[in-house]
Design a protein around this ligand. Sequence first.
Ligand code: FES
Ligand SMILES: [Fe+2]
Length: 354
Amino acid sequence: MTASLDRTFNNPHLFIEGWYWAITSKELPINQVKPVKLMGRDLAIYRGKDGIARAIDAYCPHMGAHLAEGKVEGDGIRCFFHNWKFDSCGNCVDIPGLDKALPVKNKTWLVAEKYGIIWLWTGEKSHQLLPFVPELENDECEAIISAYFTKNCHPNVVMINAIDAQHFNTVHNLPLKIVFAKQELNQNAITFSNTTRGGEDSWLIKIIRHLYQKQVTYTMCYWYGSTGTVTLGPDFLHFHIMFALRLIEGGKTEGRTLLITKKRRGIIGWLFNRIILLLTQIVGNYFAKGDTQVFQTIKFNLQTPTQEDKSILQFIQHVEKQQALSWGSWLRKEEEIGSREEGTSKKVKSNLAV
Ligand code: FES
Ligand SMILES: [Fe+2]
């Protein structure tokens, strides 16, 4: 059966070309290599002697051994099986027993580190930004990676939970009507910010109103349709949580939760940050808990949108506008469609020949 590629949102065969979390920085010490499966593609991610993390396609172009079985050497990697060596650009630079290496190259991928995570760019080259918390764009940050989780539905569907205005009242019992305003930061990033302040009809609102000069701060920033940062809290103290998700087999999700705050100096700053990060975790857990079960059973199908689902529709549009890649091959959607059509026409021709 040929998978339908006509839409990108919630499509188990497509994901947006972008930066995705691969592993945590801590999991990759100097001179170590790790196997990583990312969006259906096998990779070997290693950290060279120079401390820089690099990513290369997993299978050796000689005979297909997984390069994560090999050894890091300088800023390159040597295959376990017949000891061919590949440099940081993936060029074969040494073959034991041969005076000159063969002109063979294995594909490498762009890698960067931020918030204690090794991120990988899934396209050819990138001038695009790594996901970040807009409010902390110019700050040095401290981050804690707090949880690894899986969900039984697509990352796009998990993501919309943060802008599903109505469910804040029905699931999380928030005594405040949330209304979002959207702003596109760039082609791959969009924010939704709450615009309401709340009435006097609940004791909680009466208390928290004093903590906000204008609207209650709640902003969600989406990156590549799969990573989101939430900013919330009173005017004098904002909490930041990042949910970095990626698409796994069968249209499901795996993800990491990151707690982020501005770096503060000195021992007092360090202590202060411990408390803030702990509070961030409590806030994050509260919101994560209420929804857990629905993501195990949902078959997302927004057939009857209401006014309160407007932000969700805007997010879907934003996803559709981005460059989609095919899960597994990482071909651009257009190339994937082209290669399938070519495959079909070849088949037709060979059938006619019979
Ligand atoms: S399979 Fe890698 S060197 Fe032979
Ligand atoms: Fe929720």
